[in-house]
Design a protein around this ligand. Structure first.
Ligand SMILES: [Zn+2]
Length: 103
């Protein structure tokens, strides 16, 4: 049978868990807001939204919600660029147009 101390500990655990759930819900909400505004920017302009970028070429971490801008002049295969959020160096991207044949 549960004594008072055990019961109080269990209640504390549950309260801590509910705090965690609340902050996770807040983070999820913030992420969805950020994703929404990034989607709007991407559909309005000359940029492309990459929602999940794994193993970034500049810092080797993963990034979420990155907007890539179209290069004005492209002299090689790259068509878009973004700044790595960790070290601000350029991440290069190649987007093949829809009209190109797929390999
Ligand atoms: Zn990076």
């Amino acid at each position: 049978m549960l004594n008072d101390i055990t019961l109080n500990n269990k209640i504390d655990d549950l309260l801590a868990m509910s705090d965690q759930i609340e902050s996770l819900e807040y983070l999820k909400h913030r992420y969805e807001e950020e994703l929404d505004s990034a989607k709007k920017l991407a559909s309005a302009g000359n940029c492309i939204l990459i929602e999940n970028l794994t193993n970034c070429a500049r810092c080797q971490n993963d990034h979420h919600i990155l907007l890539f801008n179209k290069l004005t002049f492209s002299h090689n295969k790259f068509t878009h660029w973004a700044n790595c959020p960790n070290n601000n160096e350029p991440i290069m991207l190649t987007i093949e147009s829809d009209e190109d044949d797929q390999d």
